[in-house]
Design a protein around this ligand. Structure first.
Ligand code: APR
Length: 228
């Protein structure tokens, strides 16, 4: 049985990583235009670098939760038949043990060189404009996909979505495309579609099955049901 799991900020919420559109979400404290667009970066690069430096540093204080761990357990049982596509830029899936994983919106723990295109893993801050390990130029930015930029590995993701038997969306509001269209695409190709989310979202109409609740409860329960 081939499964594609799409995760969003909601899977990391109980680990202490703020979501985007909930009441106390990230977009309450910052304007998307200022910190999540190429134009915002061009306008005030230091503000954008500091915003992601702060989020990168915050990763040291959070841990994967039971939902991340349940998906890693599922990969242990299904191997290549499970692909996790995450919109999240945190590293909690990796730290829980997931390996078949695509970060379609990039990663906080990676930098992107504006001069040579290299994507080195990166732990420290970028605001001091360190030099690129590959080309030496000092044009590193966070390797995070901003609004108006192309997400990563779209062909690989769409290939997996149209071929899967089960598509599961976890902790995502269905507000941002192309991720928001994957449930309907999977369903159109015959997959059983499941939404595991704290609250039913606007995208519910595209799901065969909706289980509401915190990810740390509903995801392990769903995985145990599969592995039973
Ligand atoms: N358990 C499960 N779901 C939760 C929990 C939880 N503990 N807490 C919140 N949620 C749900 C919310 O109900 C909401 O539907 O997670 C979803 C979070 O939605 P968003 O904050 O919009 O995050 P996401 O869907 O990942 O945003 C997509 O938008 O801002 C851009 O690039 C950014 O990757 C992000 C994309």
């Amino acid at each position: 049985m081939r499964i594609v799991v799409l995760t969003g900020a909601g899977i990391s919420a109980e680990s202490g990583v703020p979501t985007f559109r909930d009441a106390d979400g990230l977009w309450e404290g910052h304007r998307v235009d200022d910190v999540a667009t190429p134009e915002g970066f061009a306008r005030d690069p230091d503000r954008v670098q500091r915003f992601y430096d702060e989020r990168r540093r915050a990763l040291h204080a959070v841990e994967p939760n039971a939902a991340h761990r349940a998906l890693a357990r599922l990969e242990g049982a299904l191997g290549e038949d499970l692909l996790v596509v995450t919109q999240n830029v945190d590293d909690l899936h990796e730290r829980a043990g997931s390996m078949n994983l695509v970060h379609m919106h990039g990663e906080l723990r990676r930098a992107l060189c504006g001069a040579c295109g290299a994507r080195p893993t990166w732990e420290g801050d970028l605001v001091q404009r360190p030099s690129c390990p590959a080309c030496g130029h000092r044009e590193l930015r966070p390797d995070v996909v901003w609004f108006g930029e192309l997400p990563y590995e779209l062909d690989r993701i769409e290939g997996a979505v149209v071929a899967c038997d089960v598509f599961v969306a976890i902790g995502t509001s269905g507000a941002v495309y192309p991720a928001a269209g994957y449930a309907a695409l999977a369903g159109a190709f015959g997959a059983h579609t499941v939404e595991l989310n704290l609250a039913p979202t606007l995208a519910d109409v595209a799901f065969d099955e909706v289980r509401a609740g915190p990810a740390s409860v509903v995801v392990p329960r769903w995985v145990e049901g599969l592995l039973a």
